[in-house]
Design a binder for this molecule. Structure first.
Ligand SMILES: Nc1nc2c(c(=O)[nH]1)N[C@H]1C(S)=C(S)[C@@H](COP(=O)(O)OP(=O)(O)OC[C@H]3O[C@@H](n4cnc5c(=O)[nH]c(N)nc54)[C@H](O)[C@@H]3O)O[C@H]1N2
Ligand SMILES: Nc1nc2c(c(=O)[nH]1)N[C@H]1C(S)=C(S)[C@@H](COP(=O)(O)OP(=O)(O)OC[C@H]3O[C@@H](n4cnc5c(=O)[nH]c(N)nc54)[C@H](O)[C@@H]3O)O[C@H]1N2
Ligand SMILES: [Mo]
Length: 761
């Protein structure tokens, strides 16, 4: 699978983020996808009340949107979905599945939208068209014959609240809680880590808080690429004097300066806004040490202030009333040496002092983070330490302050809200019993890592994928691809062809669905779906574009179709009626979660969405102690392994031209890497130390000390500004290097931001 368009070009991108570069980014994808005429209308309605909610990221949709409330990458996502290319039965007739396995991720998705339900025919090694009724009936009877507990129902975080609710209900009626979600590879560390310390598994901020904060502390989130609409509030904040401090091993352009493509003056005059006042490049996995250093400075400043008779820096009232465990935390901070903090963070005591001064001077601070924090073996401890820092000055649960994990997929948070979870205790079983008259399965199910272990061990016999590209997104690629065909049944519900559709169970089905931007016509008329954003606000979304093919079904109709064919009939369970009118599914969601979804159907188009409620925002701490819990960290290094000669910490990154495993193109414009994804980024100093030269082609091998050989070859050594002891490259190409066992200790999120590797030249 070559991932190279032409000879790669590397050079520094000198312009601010946004600007004409983002306009060119949009026009270049428009040229390659040749989107349908509906695409421009869809863009006009994107992220506006009553409009269509973008499928790219989960950043909130403002109550008062801009004229164009979309970004470069949101436009790419829409054009990608509304492409004029089609992947038809003719295409499958002319390519065997084995042949397609050699295609790159980019080339597979370039075949366009899937148009017909397909069945894998092992004799010809090809996908062949099949009718929907036959597909449902055969999948249903295969599921009926299997032990439900040996099957997996995966969801990628894009499907609507309505579809997700029914999917989880289907799993439980059938008899399991095996509901892994893309969230398990993403912000699960947040769901578990934040729940532990604040009692709420989600962030505490809403969009309005960004209008009144005095400082923002950013850890490991690449705004310019992954949530570009966030650049607008960031720009406004910076302009009104809000101080932004960033910690990221890479100098990401979006956090340095921004030229607003929707501001004609900036576009024409070359004006820009500087974003980060201070920008630090810590070692990957060094964030717990960074945060510990910040806390140490804050505690010292507080003591100094009190000794000189001044007002305390700590919010003592908040600490006394709302927190527990502060003294143990303080003792740990005091016992930790500056030497250790400097070694593990890669930053100096003086540098951290400058950042701590910003923290102490600000009345309202928001902590923002992304995958740079969650995808580590001890990411949960970093989150705990981040909450410690915020709690010191009561920066949680009040206006303009709080913790703000930036979620990924556009409805990933919502899927968890409506029951996609392997943990029975997180689902209101009493309500399910009442509504549907059955006893839901008591046993905890498999999340992503457990599902992979089960597949490798041969204990899993069926996999259903509601979107996504599971085999490409997970770690341990070689073992997983080898074990996958042992499954009896694999079903993929998708919009475009990807590698997960090319490694098949004995009986394999590829079911094409509508995208969110397309009109979803059912018996009662055109349907609305809903999603939850990163700040717990719920929005209705209306697709209006003409479907890519008349044979497509909605995700909800497909889930209902399989469920109906699998399960015995039951009066309370009316798959056909629910498919005919999604409003009825929203009634079920409201009945199951009355506190969060009261009057759901009446509030679909509330400008800015309606907030489902965040207890920690109101200083209600649903923790073990009933208070916000200060935590201590067992290790300053969150990588879960030590440094060793020749060993590097590998960060796997997203480029500006991809959405997860979907590769839009080969231009990582903001990092100045063009034309190739097969790169190994290293500092010039590390290149010299390793005796390599820029442009040399090398391999990476796993250095996990578990006896398993994992290798990715063909990587071009590319000089790039990075801290010492680490290298970086692209996800998903480098996933074969990740051991399955290398995951967050508490939440099991694969530790994709520090993978132990060696270079072989
Ligand atoms: N265009 C586009 N948008 C997307 C996506 C996409 O692929 N493309 N994906 C969506 C999804 S599902 C998600 S989860 C989000 C992901 O969005 P992000 O959370 O931004 O995730 P990444 O791009 O993986 O990397 C985050 C940043 O962490 C930094 N980093 C790596 N290791 C460390 C570390 O140890 N410490 C610190 N402080 N920083 C570190 C990297 O340099 C990078 O800038 O974006 C969503 N939005
Ligand atoms: N090394 C490494 N691995 C990672 C990460 C990392 O940073 N580094 N990030 C992790 C993260 S944060 C995530 S979220 C996962 C992502 O894992 P997934 O969510 O499983 O993967 P995606 O790439 O988002 O899925 C892309 C596919 O979704 C399908 N699709 C697109 N739109 C729709 C739709 O509307 N409906 C349906 N049914 N299908 C659709 C298309 O067929 C497309 O090919 O990867 C994880 N893996
Ligand atoms: Mo994600």
């Amino acid at each position: 699978m070559a991932n190279r368009r032409d000879k790669g070009r590397i050079g520094e991108y000198r312009s601010p983020v946004g600007g004409w570069g983002s306009v060119r980014g949009i026009t270049s994808i428009a040229a390659s996808e040749r989107p349908s005429v509906d695409a421009l209308d869809t863009l006009r309605r994107q992220n506006k009340p009553g409009g269509f909610m973008c499928t790219s990221c989960a950043w909130p949709k403002p109550a008062h949107p801009h004229g164009f409330e979309f970004c470069e990458n949101g436009a790419k996502a829409t054009f990608w979905e509304l492409t004029s290319r089609r992947c038809t039965p003719d295409f499958f007739a002319s390519h065997t599945v084995t042949e397609l396995r050699d295609w790159s991720d980019y080339d597979l998705e370039q075949t366009g939208r899937l148009t017909h339900p397909m069945r894998y025919d092992a004799a010809s090694d090809k996908y062949v068209p099949v009718g929907w009724n036959e597909a449902f009936a055969r999948i249903g009877s295969e599921l009926e014959a299997l032990d439900p507990k040996s099957t997996i129902f995966y969801a990628s975080g894009r499907a609507s609240l309505e579809t997700s609710y029914l999917y989880a209900l289907f799993a439980r009626l059938y008899g399991h809680n095996n509901l892994p979600d893309s969230s398990n590879m993403c912000h699960e560390t947040t769901s578990v880590g934040l729940r532990k310390v604040t009692g709420s598994p989600v962030g505490t901020c809403t969009l309005e808080d960004f209008d009144s904060c005095d400082a923002m502390f950013f850890f490991g989130q690449n705004t310019g690429t992954n949530s570009p609409r966030f650049l607008h509030p960031l720009q406004q904040a910076a302009k009104r004097g809000c101080r932004i401090v960033t910690f990221n091993p890479i100098r990401e352009k979006g956090l340095i300066a921004f030229r607003n493509p929707q501001n004609p003056v900036e576009m024409l005059t070359g004006g820009k806004t500087d974003i980060s006042e201070l920008y630090f490049q810590p070692r990957p996995g060094g964030d717990t040490a960074v945060l510990m250093g910040l806390c140490k400075h804050v505690l010292a400043a507080d003591e100094e202030r009190r000794a000189s008779g001044g007002a305390p820096i700590l919010d003592t009232e908040f600490l006394d009333t709302h927190c527990q465990g502060f003294e143990a935390f303080r003792a740990q901070v005091e016992a930790t040496s500056w030497e250790d903090i400097e070694t593990e963070s890669g930053l100096t005591r003086e540098g951290l002092k400058a950042a701590a001064d910003v923290y102490c001077a600000a009345k309202r601070v928001i902590g923002v983070y992304g995958m740079g924090v969650t995808q580590h073996v001890r990411g949960f401890e970093t989150i705990g330490m981040f909450v410690n820092l915020l709690a010191l000055r009561g920066n949680i649960g009040r206006e303009g302050a709080g913790i703000s994990p930036v979620r990924g997929h556009s409805n990933v948070q919502g899927q968890r809200t409506v029951g996609i979870s392997e943990k029975p205790e997180l689902v209101p079983y009493d309500k399910l019993r009442q509504l549907f008259g059955f006893e839901p399965p008591a046993e905890e199910g498999m999340a992503t890592v457990a599902a992979c272990e089960g597949i490798i061990a041969g204990k899993v016999h069926a996999f259903i994928g509601l979107g996504g590209n599971f085999l490409r997104a997970i770690p341990e690629t070689a073992m997983m691809e080898a074990a996958w065909p042992n499954m009896q049944l694999t079903v993929q519900i998708a919009t475009k062809l990807n590698r997960s559709h090319l490694i098949n169970g004995k009986s394999a089905w590829l079911l094409p669905c509508l995208g969110r931007s397309e009109e979803d016509m059912q018996e009662s008329g055109p349907q609305i779906v809903t999603v939850e954003d990163s700040t717990s606000c719920i929005h209705g979304s209306v697709g209006k574009a003409k479907p890519a093919s008349k044979f497509l079904k909605s995700e909800l109709a497909i889930v209902a179709g399989i469920a109906k064919a699998t399960l015995p009939q039951k009066d309370e369970v009316t798959w056909d009626a629910w498919t005919a009118d999604y409003g009825k599914v929203r009634d079920l969601i409201e009945a199951t979660y009355p506190d969060k979804f009261a009057n759901f159907n009446d509030r679909l188009f509330t400008p800015g969405g309606f907030n489902k409620g965040i207890p920690a925002r109101d200083r209600i701490w649903n923790t073990a102690s009933g208070k916000l819990e200060f935590t201590v960290a067992e290790a300053l290094n969150s990588c879960g392994f030590d440094d060793a000669p020749g060993r590097y910490r590998l960060m796997t990154l997203r480029s500006n031209d991809q959405f997860n495993t979907t590769i839009y193109g080969y231009s990582d414009r903001l990092r100045g890497i063009e034309g190739t994804r097969d790169v190994l980024l290293m500092s010039q100093e590390e290149i010299d130390k390793a005796g390599l030269t820029a442009g040399q082609v090398v391999s990476l091998v796993s250095d996990a000390e578990d006896g398993v050989h994992r290798e990715v070859s063909g990587l071009t050594v590319t000089p790039f500004s990075l801290p010492h002891g680490c290298v970086a490259g692209y996800y998903p190409e480098l996933n074969p290097l990740m051991p399955l066992s290398h995951h967050d200790k508490l939440a099991q999120t694969p530790a994709a931001k520090s993978v132990p590797v060696r270079i072989v030249s």
